[in-house]
Design a protein. Structure first.
Length: 425
C-alpha cells in the first residue's frame, strides 16, 4: 500500500488494494480518451479547491474517472449507486493506493447504502456526480443544509434523468444538473453496446446457459434493450420484444424481432431481460405461466422491474445461490424460476459492468462536463440541462482517433452549400 490511510472510508477489505490496483490499471489501458483528459487536468488544475461527492458504481472504470478528477485538483468522496455493483478490491485500491475517500461495500443493506451516501456528502461538496439520482434526492430531502454550497452536478443514467426532469417540472431542483446520459457518446454506445454485451456476460457467468436456439425476451426496446436484443440475436436466440411505445415496437418488428405483450411472451421465454426503467414489468400474472427453468434478469436501474417480493412471498421453496448470483424459486406446481442478481442490475451484480473501452466515452463526457459546469453554472440556473454539443463531438473525435480511424472533412463548397438555402433542384 502506497498511500497512508488518511482519507475517510468504509470499505470491506483493505487487503484487496493491490489486486484492485492491477484491475484499475487494466481498465486504464482501454480508456485512452480519459487518460488524455487526465493529463491535461494535471497541468491545468481545473478542480483546485473543489470538493466533489460522487454516487456511482464503484468499478474500475469509475476509479479511473476519480483519478482524473483528483489529478485535476479535486477532493473526492465516492459512494456506491447500487449495493451489488461495488467491487471491493477497487474500493480498497482507491482508498489505499490512490488516497481517495470511498464509502462502499458490496451487498450492503439499505441502511448501509444510505449511510454511505450521507458519508460522501459530509465532505460538503461543490459538485455532485450521480447515477440514478439517489444522491441528489438525499440532498433535497434530508441534507438540505448543503444545497447552498453546491455549484451543480452531472447525472449518468436514464432513470436519473427521468427523476431530475420531474424535479425540474415541479420546481424542486435547487441547482443545475447536466444530463450526461443524454449525450450521443453516452447513450448510443454505453447504453447500447455496453449494456448489450455485459448483460449477456452476466447471464453466462451466472448460469452458463447456451443462448443459441433459446427464446430470449427483452422488455423495453430503448437504447439498452436494442443492445441486449442485438447481442442475443447475434448469438442465435429467437428474440421477442415487449414494449408500451408503438414507435419502438414498430422499429423492433421491422428489425425482424417478434413483438407481443408480456402476457403472451411469458409463455415462451427461456431467458428474460427487463430494461425499461419502469416497475412491475414481470409480475404475478407472468410468473404463473412461465416455463419450468425460466431465467429472469433485470438490466434497468432499479430492482423494481421484476416483482421479487411476490416470488419471495409465494414460492414454495427458495434455493438461494444455486450458482453465482442465481436464486431458484420453486412454485407450488413444481415449476422452477431462476432469478439473477436478486433482480438488481444484472450486468453489474453478476458481471463487471460495461467494458472499459465504452466507459471511456461516458466518463470523458463526465469529466469534461464537470469542468464546463464550474465555468457555466451561474448562467445555467437551477434545473436539468444538456451537455454542450462541442463536448459530445470532441469525445467522439478523440475516441475515433484512439481507434485509428479518420473521417472526411467538408470542402469549402460543401460548407457554403450547407449554409445556403437558394440552391434548389
Ligand atoms: N444496466 C446498465 O448498465 C444500464 C446502462 C444504462 C442505462 N440503464 C438503465 O436501463 C433503463 C433503460 O434505459 P434506456 O436508456 O434504454 O431507456 P429508454 O428510455 O431508451 O428505453 C426504455 C424503453 O422501455 C419501454 N418501456 C417502458 N415501460 C415498459 C413496460 N412496462 N414494458 C415494456 N417496455 C416498457 C419504453 O417505451 C422505452 O422504449 C433505465 O433504468 C436506465 O437507467 C442501465
Amino acid at each position: 500500500m502506497n498511500v497512508a490511510t488518511a482519507v475517510k472510508h468504509d470499505i470491506a477489505n483493505a487487503a484487496l488494494a493491490a489486486e484492485g490496483k492491477k484491475k484499475i490499471e487494466w481498465a486504464e489501458r482501454n480508456m485512452p480518451v480519459l487518460a488524455q483528459i487526465r493529463e491535461r487536468f494535471e497541468k491545468e488544475q481545473p478542480f483546485k479547491g473543489i470538493r466533489i461527492s460522487a454516487c456511482m458504481h464503484v468499478t474500475t472504470e469509475t476509479a479511473n474517472l476519480m483519478r482524473a478528477l483528483k489529478a485535476g485538483g479535486a477532493e473526492l468522496a465516492l459512494c456506491a449507486s447500487n449495493p451489488l455493483s461495488t467491487q471491493d478490491d477497487t474500493a480498497a485500491a482507491l482508498v489505499h493506493e490512490y488516497g481517495i475517500s470511498v464509502f462502499a461495500r458490496n451487498a450492503v443493506d439499505r441502511d448501509g447504502y444510505y449511510s454511505h451516501i450521507n458519508a460522501s456528502l459530509d465532505i460538503q461538496p461543490h459538485l455532485v456526480f450521480d447515477d440514478g439520482c439517489d444522491l441528489v434526492n438525499t440532498l433535497h430531502t434530508t441534507r438540505t443544509e448543503l444545497i447552498d454550497g453546491i455549484i451543480g452536478g452531472c447525472e449518468e443514467t436514464t432513470t436519473g434523468v427521468i427523476r431530475l426532469s420531474q424535479m425540474t417540472k415541479d420546481g424542486a431542483l435547487k441547482f443545475p444538473m447536466i444530463a450526461v446520459n443524454d449525450t450521443d457518446t453516452k447513450h448510443m454506445f454505453d447504453n447500447r453496446f455496453g449494456t448489450g454485451q455485459s448483460t449477456l456476460d452476466a447471464i453466462f457467468r451466472s448460469t452458463n446457459s447456451l443462448v443459441a436456439g433459446k427464446t430470449f425476451v427483452v422488455a423495453g426496446f430503448g437504447y439498452c434493450g436494442k443492445g441486449v436484443a442485438e447481442r442475443a440475436k447475434g448469438m442465435g436466440a429467437d428474440v421477442i420484444i415487449t414494449e408500451i411505445d408503438p414507435t419502438k415496437a414498430l422499429d423492433a418488428l421491422m428489425q425482424g424481432y417478434r413483438v407481443m405483450p408480456m402476457t403472451e411472451a411469458a409463455k415462451y421465454g427461456d431467458i428474460y431481460v427487463t430494461v425499461t426503467g419502469n416497475r412491475d414489468v414481470l409480475r404475478e400474472e407472468h410468473f404463473k405461466i412461465m416455463k419450468d427453468g425460466a431465467i429472469l434478469s433485470n438490466a434497468g436501474h432499479f430492482d423494481i422491474e421484476i416483482d421479487v417480493a411476490w416470488l419471495e412471498k409465494n414460492a414454495k421453496t427458495k434455493n438461494a445461490k444455486m450458482r453465482h448470483q442465481t436464486d431458484e424459486y420453486v412454485m407450488a406446481d413444481g415449476r422452477r424460476i431462476l432469478l439473477l442478481a436478486e433482480g438488481r442490475l444484472v450486468n453489474l451484480g453478476a458481471a463487471e459492468g460495461h467494458p472499459a473501452s465504452v466507459m471511456d466515452m461516458s466518463f470523458s463526457d463526465q469529466a469534461l462536463t464537470a469542468e464546463y459546469l464550474l465555468k457555466a453554472a451561474a448562467s445555467l440556473g437551477a434545473g436539468l440541462h444538456e451537455v454542450p454539443t462541442e463536448i459530445d463531438k470532441e469525445v467522439a473525435r478523440l475516441k475515433l482517433e484512439s481507434m485509428g480511424s479518420t473521417i472526411d472533412k467538408l470542402t469549402p463548397a460543401q460548407v457554403k452549400y450547407l449554409s445556403s438555402w437558394d440552391h434548389g433542384s
